[in-house]
Design a protein around this ligand. Structure first.
Ligand code: C2O
Length: 535
């Protein structure tokens, strides 16, 4: 195993998009930030030095950080932020994962500009379980605001309103020619006729699930969230914030220029957002004067496509990469997702939008939860997060009042070491139903089932896929529906779980698990690093 070192200098840089320059927070002055390349089994050291005016922390989205929450990064969950002028080294060992992940700032909305891809190459002795591509490229989808994002958020919060949606979507930081003034801010990928390419697609957008397609070219999905899948071919794909998808694309069309494009999947009535970001698949030798064609993307509200696409995702489940789905469940959890106005009577006198899990709106602590747990600091959090909602009701019926009123709290759920957990996430119809991409830190989970309407504990488990369900770290809970996941709580520590729509995280759609230590020393949380940032 090799040791890989990266230096991340958090610095403010003027960047111009849509004919408008503004200072943004960056890593090393780059937007998007650098791609981190590692090989499975490597040790990764990232020295982060903060020269911005904001306190920061960096999360390595999808890396399991076995026993090592100290390197996970969510501010006030596993560490206090790195203050201006200070540094912290994330010391990460990458085991049992290979594929595409990403890193991003995990405080405020700084991930709007502070993000980049992580590429984990397989061990040299274990090649890809699919044909070796000729070459590869990262396709990182993001969002861009004209105004300073932190100001946008602060202003909206003062008024008790949702912040305005972004002014553009981006591919590798570039909006593409369909946006005003963006001709020169267009990402182009040069390909050679007849060759196959591995595209590592990341959705780093703050608030939008996205459809993605390439004109005239089909894509073969081979890996999601750094787990190999049974390959399947598709004309378009759906990717939620936090998720990654690797596809093989063959340059097998007549040599020309083709648009790749992404646009939001928006099945909620508000906010309407249908901006299309484009980049170019450019065959070698074709002049830039050739006008590219646009791909067909599913309609913004094409829920059918979304359900169908997600149902095609399966773990590879080969002898070499078996899907170890927990068959027996030690702990059953059922969490309702609430979102709406006046849900939280104590938030801005009930005028602020709030979100909740089992009617609890999560309150961020002032010190890191992992530290509080490790050092037994009393009074920081409680471990009485309920396994079920306070009262069962018709979750997805007509707009509800039954779910009104949440309580504020820093409440965690305690899991025994190595116990197996089944969690059903149930969307509810309060203000309106909406799809929620849920992300669990510290683990991958198996998506064993999903459906529209209310989860039926008597009938639905019989239909679970316990053979080759997709294994991932972020899953979309369908609009007005439910998703069931299973995982083994074999990673001691404190692990955040939240909706990866930044807006919803901010409104409280989050909680954390405390996984207890096992009996053996090698089943316990590692000791904290000396340079862990103080609060
Ligand atoms: Cu990618 Cu807690 O986040």
């Amino acid at each position: 195993a090799a040791l890989k070192t990266y230096n991340f200098d958090i610095q403010v840089k003027n960047v111009s998009r849509l004919c408008h320059a503004k200072p943004i927070v960056t890593v090393n002055g780059m937007f998007p930030g650098p791609t981190v390349y590692i090989r499975e089994g490597d040790q990764l050291l990232v020295n982060v030095t903060n020269h911005a005016q904001y306190n920061v922390s960096i999360h390595w989205h999808g890396l399991k950080q076995y026993r090592n929450g100290w390197a996970d990064g969510p501010a006030y969950i596993t560490q206090c932020p790195i203050q201006t002028g200070n540094s912290y080294t994330y010391n990460i060992t990458v085991t049992g994962q290979r594929g595409t992940l990403w890193w991003h700032a995990h405080i405020l909305w700084l991930r709007a500009t502070v993000y980049g891809a992580i590429v984990i190459m397989p061990k040299e002795v274990t090649p890809f379980p699919f044909p070796q591509p000729y070459s590869e490229a990262s396709i990182v989808l993001g969002e861009w605001w004209h105004a300073d994002v932190e100001t946008v958020v602060k202003t909206a919060n003062k008024l008790g309103l949702p912040p305005q949606s972004s002014d553009a979507h981006t591919i590798n930081g570039k909006p593409g020619p369909l946006f005003p003034c963006s001709e020169k801010h267009t990402f182009a990928l040069e390909v050679e006729s007849g060759k196959a390419y591995l595209l590592r697609i990341v959705n780093a957008a703050l608030n939008d699930e996205l459809f993605f397609a390439i004109a005239s070219h089909s894509m073969t999905v081979v890996e999601i969230d750094a787990v190999y899948t049974k390959p399947f071919t598709t004309q378009a794909l759906l990717i939620a914030p936090g998720q990654t998808t690797s596809v093989l694309v063959k340059a097998d069309q007549s040599p020309s220029r083709y648009f790749m494009a992404a646009r939001p999947f928006m099945d909620a009535p508000i906010p309407v957002d249908n901006k299309t970001v484009t980049a170019i698949l450019q065959y070698k030798g074709i002049p830039n004067t050739v006008l590219p064609t646009l791909p067909q993307l599913p309609a913004p509200n094409d829920t059918k496509f979304a359900l169908n696409y997600n149902s095609k995702l399966r773990s590879l489940d080969s002898p070499q990469f078996p899907a170890n789905v927990p068959l027996k469940v030690d702990r059953h959890l059922f969490y309702t997702i609430g979102l709406g106005q006046n849900m939280c009577p104590t938030c801005l006198n009930g005028t602020q939008l709030a979100a909740s899990l089992n009617n609890i709106t999560f309150v961020m602590p002032k010190v890191g939860l992992l530290q509080a747990h490790y050092y037994n600091i009393a009074g920081v959090f409680r471990t009485d997060f309920p396994d079920n909602p306070p009262t069962p009701f018709n979750y997805t019926g007509a707009p509800l009042t039954a779910n009104l009123g949440t309580t504020l709290g820093t409440r965690l759920s305690k899991l025994a070491f190595n116990s197996t957990v089944e969690l059903v996430l149930q969307d509810t119809n309060l203000l309106s139903v909406e799809s929620h991409p849920f992300h669990l830190h510290g683990f991958n989970f198996f998506v064993v089932g999903s459906g529209i309407g209310n989860f039926d504990p008597k009938k639905d488990p019989a239909k679970f896929n316990l053979v080759d369900p997709p294994e991932r770290n972020t899953v979309g809970v369908p609009t007005g529906g439910w998703t069931a996941i299973r995982f083994r709580a074999d990673n001691p520590g404190v692990w955040f779980m939240h909706c990866h729509l930044e807006l919803h995280t901010m409104w409280g759609l989050k909680m954390a698990f405390v996984v207890e230590n096992g009996k053996l020393p090698e089943e316990s949380i590692l000791s904290p690093p000396k340079d862990l940032p103080p609060c």
